[in-house]
Write a protein that binds this ligand. Structure first.
Ligand code: HEC
Ligand code: HEC
Length: 477
């Protein structure tokens, strides 16, 4: 950095001396036409405690900009010697093509994909991502599903609320486990613990008096009882973790908190000539913007017949059993979003690693007042989901069981319930985005959803149409 600064400076001086125009260095951050997207890094040290409205707005604005730009070489685009893996992995030799639609780098900015109906939104089939772990076989030039899992881009509206729900549920499950371990020890008897949080049932744990735990009965959750609400597989913990993954995978932009000196011993792990590409403050800005994105809403259609159909369809949604997985709303105790959060692993900034944990109070957003509350004062988050993984394909309904690679030790035909808020704004459907109508993806549900799918197929045409009319009111404003 320092050397470049001096070079730019002396270049400027040379031009001045020759009487030419100033600032010939188009990577300098002080000219309006500079070929760089990041003109000023956000300093994490300026963030601490509960941010004021102004601080939060400024941070989110910086995040929106980072999400919407097209990154350049001057910013640090490129990872010639690093793979797309979510832990730092070196290549044996430099990658041949810096950009490659399959193995990545696959795009130029977050909003290249998350753009429907606007930035922060979902993506068309054309911007699908080919997800591979990138530890071995990091480079693949084929769409053959033996090499990667093809995933469609999901939207990020309301994702701060989703992460808060997951954190509260995780905390509650951990408390249940702690209490049961203590009880088993005190009583000297084995305990069968049912893991229910916010009404969602994650199966059972068998706890022995000596503290040993039998995990056999767990359902739809990892063995550490951390709910991972992100990715369609339900394997990513936080917006922060995902953002650091995405920056490296899609753009070769490496966050200091994972690829920097602390964990890799290097400041330029990807060997692209740029050190310390993304600061913790930059990641915080991206997180703050995503976390404060307003949640989707249920719209009242102008058309009277549609209104009537949607009202009826909303009832059908429950009677046919869609709400057994797509739970209409989950209750949330607090809108205070601490960043970093409590459940990330090393390589993502963690709570406790900062002297004064920054908190983004989502109550400060212009949409918070619109959330309903239940009679115990909880905010109701209308996500139409349960943050749980389910088996969603079987031999008779194989369409959603199309992946061949296991990810993070989750079976190949198991996915997290898709949140249906905003569904009217985010076609195409299914984790691969290869289904073009709601009816098509509903009929494709197999596995645990098989009885409900059967009931859906058996509906009168009028009821089925009403159900679609209802789903078509769940929009991103
Ligand atoms: C090339 C397309 C593409 C780009 C570029 C991209 N994403 Fe994504 N994003 C996806 C896809 C596809 C998924 C779903 C991944 C999955 O299910 O495994 C996703 C999922 C996410 C999620 C999880 C959402 C959820 O509800 O599960 C977050 C958060 C996210 N992206 C943030 C970002 C950020 C931040 C950037 C920029 C640094 C970015 N993405 C760039 C395609 C993209
Ligand atoms: C057993 C749990 C379960 C039940 C019951 C269930 N779903 Fe789903 N649903 C899922 C899962 C899991 C996914 C994600 C599937 C995938 O993409 O792999 C999903 C995906 C969807 C999608 C696509 C979302 C998107 O963004 O592409 C729609 C629409 C949907 N479900 C509607 C319904 C409706 C309507 C019903 C009732 C007829 C229903 N589901 C019943 C679990 C369930």
């Amino acid at each position: 950095m320092l050397r470049e600064g001096i070079a730019a400076f002396s270049l400027g001086m040379a031009f001045l001396a020759a009487g030419a125009a100033v600032a010939a260095d188009t990577t300098a951050d002080n000219v309006p036409w500079a070929e760089r997207a990041i003109t000023r890094h956000v300093d994490q040290a300026t963030l601490g405690g509960k941010l004021t409205q102004k601080q939060l707005d400024d941070l989110a604005d910086a995040g929106e900009k980072l999400f919407s730009v097209r990154f350049t070489l001057a910013d640090g685009v490129g990872r010639p010697m690093a793979t797309q893996a979510i832990t730092p992995v070196k290549r044996k030799r430099p990658v041949k093509d810096a950009f490659f639609r399959t193995a990545g780098m696959d795009s130029n900015g977050c909003s290249s994909c998350h753009n429907q109906p606007f930035a922060g939104g979902a993506g068309d089939f054309a911007v699908n991502v080919f997800v591979s772990e990138g530890f071995t076989n990091a480079d693949f030039d084929t769409l053959d599903p033996q090499f990667s899992n093809e995933r469609n881009t999901n939207h990020l509206f309301g994702s701060g609320l989703v992460e808060l729900l997951a954190r509260e549920m995780t905390s509650e499950l951990h408390q249940l486990r702690r209490d049961a371990v203590a009880k088993a020890r005190a009583s000297g008897e084995e305990i069968k613990l049912r893991l229910i949080t916010k009404g969602v049932d994650f199966g059972t744990l068998k706890i022995m008096p000596d503290g040993m735990i039998d995990l056999e009965g767990l359902d739809g959750i990892d063995t550490d009882l951390v709910i991972r609400p992100f990715s369609q597989k339900g394997v990513m913990t936080s917006l922060r973790q995902f953002t650091v993954n995405a920056l490296n995978h899609h753009h070769g932009m490496q966050a200091v908190e994972r690829f920097g000196i602390r964990w890799t011993g290097e400041t330029d792990f990807d060997e692209d000539g740029k050190s310390d590409e993304v600061t913790p403050g930059d990641v915080s800005a991206l997180v703050a913007w995503q976390a404060t994105l307003r949640p989707p809403v249920q719209e009242v259609p102008a058309d009277k017949a549609w209104q009537e159909a949607a009202r009826h369809g909303s009832e059908v949604f429950d009677t046919v059993g869609c709400n057994s997985c797509h739970i209409r709303a989950l209750p949330l105790k607090s809108l205070e979003f601490a960043d970093p959060g409590p459940f990330d692993a090393a390589g993502t900034l963690r709570s406790g690693e900062l002297p004064d944990q920054p908190i983004y109070d989502l109550a400060l957003t212009d949409w918070a007042s619109r959330l309903e509350k239940d009679d115990q004062g909880n905010w109701l988050v209308p996500l139409f989901g349960d943050l749980k993984r389910h088996r969603i394909a079987d031999q008779r309904n194989p369409a959603l069981g199309n992946e061949l690679l296991a990810q993070r030790f989750v079976d190949r035909d198991v996915f997290q319930t898709a949140e249906l808020w905003g569904i009217a704004s985010t076609a195409p459907y299914g984790h691969r985005g290869d289904m073009v109508t709601l009816d098509e993806v509903i009929r494709a549900h197999g596995g645990d959803a098989e009885p409900v799918t059967k009931a859906y197929k058996a509906l009168e045409e009028n009821d089925r149409s009403a159900l679609i009319a209802f789903l078509k009111t769940l929009v991103i404003e």
